[in-house]
Design a binder for this molecule. Structure first.
Ligand code: ZN
Length: 337
């Protein structure tokens, strides 16, 4: 911390729950509505702590992600508290980037205006600088490292976009894809995704379909958000439907089987989770179940309700506010039992 508008103390501490990860902890002397902080620092790789955390400044590929904590995050120096803070709060940001060498391009999920970056209603920040080529093809914007195989990827993205639009209605937002080198770990924010070249060019780019599906997330109450059911279960089941639409029934069945296998693996680790309802997952920190069991529940509901399922989905997407009560009311009325 170089300077601040209010008295504070600071020191470097291990993150509780992930002690090898050292963070600068800044404590304000008293609570404030607003605070201005000026800070600087060196970004070092934390690969020894989190293998995918390769964020660094270098000529080949510079990456700044929320995971490397390159901007202040309100939280206790505790891993769980940090994750909760990132998942549970939205903010807006305006970032000025300086010193980008000639020939390199800044990639960002929000608006880019010269060296100013802006984003609203985001939960995280991700900025990449590399010799990107930029492809803009409404509603997509892609920052890619190689043109090889990219036409097919765009074609598949378009198919998925039109499929989701046809069942859930058009969305105004753009979708940005930022290519990363391999093993950086996928990331997604509001309207954008960071994906490895191999995921982008996969035979069936399910990761991309999943991130794209998040554009159609319903508006969820904070309470219901904890379980991640209405975002992750829905995104994964929409992915399954896009796989069926674009790649056929066999690919769909393989995708569903994969979910089932992953669910069984989770259940071996947390046997008691089998009897829990999705609304109970959040409070127990078992939101991982949304990706597998959550999507499988939607698959069952789809089988039971047939084409009415799309009506249920559409009403959720359009609703002012969604929670489990509303969801079960809607799905039972439509499902007829
Ligand atoms: Zn997701």
């Amino acid at each position: 911390m170089d300077s601040a508008s209010a008295p504070l103390s600071q020191r470097v501490e291990g993150l509780n729950g992930l002690e090898a990860y050292k963070v600068t902890v800044v404590r304000l002397e008293k609570p404030l509505e607003e605070v201005e902080l000026m800070y600087s620092g060196r970004l070092e790789s934390y690969e020894s702590v989190l293998p995918y955390l390769k964020d660094s400044i270098n000529p080949e590929f510079t990456l700044l992600r929320t995971d490397s904590l390159f901007y202040p995050i309100p939280s206790e120096p505790d891993f769980e508290s940090l994750v909760k803070s990132v998942v549970g709060s939205e903010f807006e940001a305006e970032i000025e980037i300086e010193g980008v060498p000639e020939g390199l391009v800044v990639a960002f999920g929000g608006e880019i205006d010269g060296n100013m970056l802006r984003i609203e209603g985001t939960k995280r920040l991700d900025i990449a600088v590399a010799p990107f080529k930029v492809i803009e093809e409404e509603p997509f914007r892609l920052f890619i490292l190689s043109e090889e195989g990219i036409n097919r990827a765009i074609e598949l993205l378009e198919k998925a976009y039109w499929f989701y639009s046809s069942i859930l209605g058009r969305r105004g937002e753009k979708f940005t894809v930022i290519e990363t080198p391999e093993n950086y770990g996928g990331q997604a924010g509001k309207g954008y995704a960071l994906v490895a070249g191999s995921s982008l060019r996969a035979e069936i780019p399910a990761n991309l379909y999943h991130e794209l599906a998040h554009l159609w997330n319903p508006r969820i109450t904070p309470e219901a958000h904890l379980s991640r059911f209405f975002d992750e279960a829905f995104a994964n089941y929409l992915t399954a439907l896009a796989v069926r639409e674009i790649h056929g029934e066999k690919a769909f069945n393989r995708f569903i089987e994969g979910l089932r296998r992953n669910y069984e693996t989770l259940i071996r680790r947390f046997p008691y989770a089998e009897r829990l309802k999705p609304s109970e997952w959040g409070g127990l920190g078992l939101w991982e179940l949304s990706y597998t069991k959550g999507a499988l529940i939607l698959h069952e509901l789809h089988k039971r309700t047939g084409d009415d399922f799309y009506e249920i989905l559409k009403r959720l997407v359009e609703a002012e506010s969604v929670d489990f009560e509303r969801f079960s009311r809607d799905s039972q009325r439509r499902g007829g039992d």
